[in-house]
Design a protein around this ligand. Structure first.
Ligand code: IYR
Length: 222
């Protein structure tokens, strides 16, 4: 057994109570303005911005610190087209037979259908993979823990980091998504988690008029 090694930790911020609340309110105001968008501008986004936000996502907590995430940043038009074609084929199945009526009813306010032009318009498709285990050189399988939870948290931080830098995103999950392993040449131990479409929201972007739940509906203080 390896003995754990510890180093001193101090939170980087040292704020007064007033500063803390001001900072929290400012952040909440900003993140409350986050919306998923389905129309993107093709305006270029510097790849360094995406790299920086992925670094932020890589600082997420994870089960046994296994960091079970992998990000493939797709900007190549041919690859984006391949992903769009494969995703639209799955979505066609979904909207024309696979999805139960209740699911289609729940989606109706969003106005979605099988057409996914944003998969080609947006400058980046960040394909997020969940590593469920790794195989060592000696073919030993090392299991990772809480991979879905960990990758979900990392995705949340990535969405937040992108929004914080002025970009919009869409979490997109055509199902099944195994075509992503083929197109992006990723190994079997990686399961596609979602496609995070990222770029500037188009000037004429419209979003459904939906409301967020009130604090009282989502939290209890006991
Ligand atoms: N994957 C489909 C359907 C869809 C499902 C959910 I849950 C959404 O929140 C939105 C869409 C699509 O992308 O159209």
């Amino acid at each position: 057994m390896n003995h754990p090694k510890f180093t001193t930790y101090k939170h980087p911020l040292k704020l007064s109570g007033k500063e803390m609340i001001e900072r929290a309110e400012k952040f909440t105001e900003l993140i409350e303005e986050r919306r998923s968008v389905r129309t993107f501008s093709s305006k270029a986004v510097p790849v360094d911005l995406i790299k920086c936000c992925i670094k932020a996502a890589g600082a997420s907590p994870s089960g046994a610190n296994m960091q079970p995430w992998y990000f493939v940043v797709v900007s190549d038009s041919e690859l984006k087209k391949k992903i769009r074609d494969a995703a639209e084929a799955e979505e066609h199945e979904f909207y024309h037979g696979k999805a139960p009526a209740e699911w289609l009813d729940a989606l109706a306010p969003l106005g979605t259908d099988e057409s996914k032009p944003f998969l080609e318009t947006a400058p980046y498709l960040i394909v997020i993979f969940e590593k469920r285990y790794v195989e060592t050189a000696s073919r030993e399988i090392i299991k990772y823990y809480y991979t879905k939870e960990s990758v979900g948290i990392a995705t949340g931080i990535l969405i937040t980091a992108l929004h914080n830098s002025g970009l919009s995103t869409l979490t997109h999950t055509p199902s099944p998504m195994n075509f992503l392993n083929t197109i992006l040449n990723r190994p079997h131990n990686e399961k596609p988690f979602l496609i995070l479409v990222a770029g500037y929201a188009d000037e004429d972007t419209k979003v459904p008029d939906i409301k967020r739940k009130e604090l009282e509906e989502i939290a209890t203080f006991i």
